[in-house]
Structure formats: C-alpha cells, structure tokens
Ligand binder design. Sequence first.
Ligand code: ZN
Length: 129
Amino acid sequence: MGRLFLINLEGSIYSCKHCYTHLALSDDIISKSFHSRHGKAYLFDKVVNVTVGEKEERPMITGVHTVVDIFCVACGSIVGWKYESAYEKTQKYKEGKFILERFKVLGPDGSNYLAVQESQIVGSDVDDD
Ligand SMILES: [Zn+2]
C-alpha cells in the first residue's frame, strides 16, 4: 500500500463519516441550501483529500451541469460532487466549487446528519428510493 498524505485541517471540520479524513472547513461553506437525492447538501469553496471521477452532464433542478463525483481519498467512498461547468449564466458561480452531501460527512461536532432535523426544507429534486 502506498502511503497517503492527507491534509489536516484546523477549525470546524467536515470529515468523512467512514474514516474521519478531513474534507472541508465550515468557514468555506458558500451555501447550505443545496439538495442531493439523499437530502441536504452544502456548497464549499474548497474541499481537500478527495479524488474526482469521470466528467458527466447531470440535469439538476437548476439546469444541466457538468460535474464530477468526488471520493474520499482514504477510503474511496463518494462524498459529493464538483461543478466543472454550468450552462445557465445564473449558475456560473458554482463552477469549480464542491458539494458535500450532508449525510455522507460528519459535521464539526462529530454529528451525523438526521434528515428529520431538516423539516423546514421543502421542495427539491428529491425523488429517490
Ligand atoms: Zn473516507
């Protein structure tokens, strides 16, 4: 096995819920009002310790985006995606930014995400299993 060089963050950290690898800082959150098929998702300015998958065009409620999935570099679990490009002008601010799916990461206080806490959020592209 090759040795992994992981970046250690300091502060309020979001980390992989499987292996506790640091992924992002709460200071780098751009928006908490995103949604994935699995519930709440946060938009981050930067995310560390991830590898990216294949580019694909993905239709979302805000239009078609070119995205790559992002995976925890330590355990390989998918943690969210990165916006490579957006077609809608109003969505361009997302380019180069990262989504972490809230239920796939641990919050700064080590808490796991519980969907029932987010009942104030209604209406999204959720139609998943
Ligand atoms: Zn991990």
